[in-house]
Design a protein around this ligand. Sequence first.
Ligand code: NAD
Length: 477
Amino acid sequence: MAVFGNLIAGEWRVGTETRANINPSDTNDVIGEFTVGSRRDVEDAVAAARQAMKGWASHTEQQRADILFRVGEEMFARREDLGEQLAREEGKTRAEGIGEVIRASQIFRFFAGEVVRFGGEFLPSVRPGIDVSIRREPVGVVGLITPWNFPIAIAAWKIAPALAYGNAVVLKPADLTPASAWALADILHRAGVPAGVFNLVMGRGTIVGQAIVEMTDAVSFTGSVATGTGIVQTAASRMIRVQCEMGGKNPLVVMDDADLDVAINCAVDGSFFQTGQRCTASSRLIVHEAIHDRFIAGVAERLEKIVTGHALEAGTQVGPVVDAKQLEQDLSYIDIGEKGGAHALVRGQRLNRETPGFYLSPTLFTETTNDMRINREEVFGPVAAVIRVKDYEEALATANDTPFGLSSGIVTRSQKLSQHFQANSESGLTMVNLPTAGLDYHVPFGGRKGSSYGPREQGRYAAEFYTIVKTSYAMPV
Ligand code: NAD
């Protein structure tokens, strides 16, 4: 079997150590062997990036925009095969995989536009005869570390602004999803990104990831709180800038005046689609007592009909869990929920399908309280818990009572309540009559409290992280 290599200084470098990329819908299906990089590879990639960066920043805006646009165009043209490959290696459904590739292509096209729209400011000085200008410059060599659950979209929303604003990049994808990152690296390489400006180093987090944090000028990370916390500490000790997007325990509030169908749709989509493996998934369903029984009956009815199966099979609505370790974690949280006193109205079961895979049906816990472990800790699987509340004040207080703060939602017909919720929810994203997951690509993304650290990603706000401000004073003589 051919081995996929790392892209360092414009060359594909195949290492001696490799890792098999396994399809979670069919563990007999090996997608490929991927190189496991070393600390030395990171050293080489950072050196190449440092060298190439000068030339990249002085490319004309039009040249940089053209390259990014070409990347977006190829991704869009190949959305079917890239989406299928993504579904094959990660386990999301084919439709979800294609949707993610389309989104990534839109991000590249958006930032192609941003390259030529981007400007500074020119101000009068408070002193006579002096001009003041403010410009934004690239930060340098940026290390990007990504998780497995959105292997193309998250890489895209870090790479595109990094390159658009003139930085050079070293990307380390998650070990479970190297194929999507490799495909993206191949597209960037062929689209004309100069050698060394973009580097891919696949490998272990503790070796390649750690080396990136120790060697680059800035790090943008998405992943778990535990990993992010360590990265922030190392980055702080080097005084480099760092941005972390991490976990969530996102609440969906369902008020007594809610449209029941909308509430059920928001809960089923937000909690269980993409196998619940979304940082923005609704895992706490906070429901007004007057609608509680009808709501849980409606969600349970939908869950009984959900088709969990092979990610590439027509009709599958929920694919498998990503790997054996995550499946183990999901099952253990089902156990923790039951032992903690929650009632499994719908209890997740390991499922057997034609092919061997990590299939798990959804779990809906009811009669839970917000202090239970299943409502405090991120499960990252198809598991949601219902918390019954007596009024809006209790719902809002419960929604905010969490160490996380990524996304939140409310289902209500009341404009007054929805406005109050959007103003008072302690999260980076708030939704009204929409699932807590599902976002646009052109507006800022990020959370608060334990979910995020550093400036926002995506849209024009990405410039906050990927550029450094310079203020220049001049007295014309
Ligand atoms: P993870 O933290 O285990 O890994 C993320 C990345 O960090 C991987 O590439 C991994 O190899 C690397 N890594 C691991 N140890 C490292 C170290 N010591 N130094 C540097 N890098 C290291 O997370 P995961 O399991 O891949 O992803 C799931 C998590 O990601 C969940 O907590 C989820 O909520 C979160 N997530 C957050 C967002 C968001 O935007 N907030 C989006 C998607 C996923």
